[in-house]
Design a protein around this ligand. Structure first.
Ligand code: CO8
Length: 262
């Protein structure tokens, strides 16, 4: 797959998408969003792919936000359209059937923090910086940042970050529950790949069931979420991988999951 603003590659059953506008610290414009939407559709229909990693090209940035130069002259309607386009892209990312890891190799600001929050979890380089600095531009987060950030770190912390626009380090982001793990910059990629391979070795049906139960149940009341979990639990019982996993345990051997949707 060849694109102008992103790089798509595959390492065995792991897909990798790099934001590729390093001269502007991988800032997002409408072309990036359209190309991501197209690439994600392809990832979702390629049954050989088990995990997706998002990262940034160059050694400075994951994504330094929306492209300010292309946004400056937007009319209110163009602003609304770009915001909706970005939000739909992030819903598509968030509901992808396979696990998605944000491998944050540098600045993840504005739209960059918003993209990383729509991934299943975030691993960051110790030099990475996060933040919602839109307030410094006289605007607000528009790719779901006010909503996902408050759900992830609580309302008060989300308000503080969005109202002050301060940048926080990867370690601070981990301390508030935004980032899962922080690694030295040199080992970030290797550590991310290690976990991607672990995820790829699991059963596809049960990985999907975990993702859907948590994603769909999160905004529900506890009882409704638990009913959804039971449906997903029951569905796992129908899979080849459940027979293999439980059989392997009882036969005291390592499970060999086929990762098929059967
Ligand atoms: N947009 C456009 N260009 C950018 C962006 C950006 N977001 N970030 C960096 N660049 C460009 C710079 O202009 C510069 O270009 P040039 O070399 O031509 O001067 C180049 O990238 C390198 O950047 P710097 O020289 O600034 O590098 P520094 O290391 O000095 O600083 C920073 C790095 C701190 C990351 C700094 O570049 C910065 O503050 N960037 C802007 C960060 C920001 O404000 N992001 C939020 C953008 S708004 C947003 O994301 C809203 C999302 C929702 C939109 C909803 C739609 C309406």
């Amino acid at each position: 797959m060849s694109y102008e603003t992103i790089l798509y590659s595959k390492e065995e059953d792991i897909a990798i998408i790099k934001f590729n506008r390093p001269k502007v610290l991988n800032a997002i414009n409408p072309t990036v969003v359209s190309e991501m939407v197209d690439a994600l559709k392809k990832v979702d229909t390629d049954t050989s792919i088990k995990v997706l990693i998002l990262t940034g090209e160059g050694d400075k940035a994951f994504v330094a936000g929306a492209d300010i130069a292309s946004m400056r002259d937007y009319t209110p309607l163009e602003g609304k359209f770009f915001s909706r386009q970005g939000q739909e892209f992030l819903f598509q990312l968030e509901t992808l059937s396979i696990p998605v890891i944000a491998c944050v190799n540098g600045f993840a600001l504005g739209g960059g923090t918003e993209i990383s929050m729509a991934c299943d979890f975030i691993y960051a380089a110790d030099s990475a910086m996060f933040g919602q600095p839109e307030i410094n531009l006289g605007i607000i987060p528009g790719f779901g940042g006010t909503q996902r950030l408050s759900r992830l770190v609580g309302k008060a912390m989300a308000k503080e970050l969005c109202m002050t626009g301060v940048m926080i380090s990867a370690q601070e982001a981990k301390d508030i529950g935004l980032v899962n793990k922080v690694f030295p910059k040199e080992s970030l990629w290797e550590e991310t790949m290690k976990v991607a391979k672990v995820l790829a070795s699991k059963g596809k049906v049960s990985i999907r069931a975990v993702k859907e139960s948590i994603e769909r149940g999160y905004d529900q009341d506890l009882r409704t979420g638990c009913y959804m979990e039971s449906d997903a639990f029951g569905m796992c019982m129908a899979s080849e991988d459940a027979r293999e996993g439980m059989g392997a345990f009882l036969e005291k051997r390592k499970a060999e999951f086929k990762g098929e949707l059967v």
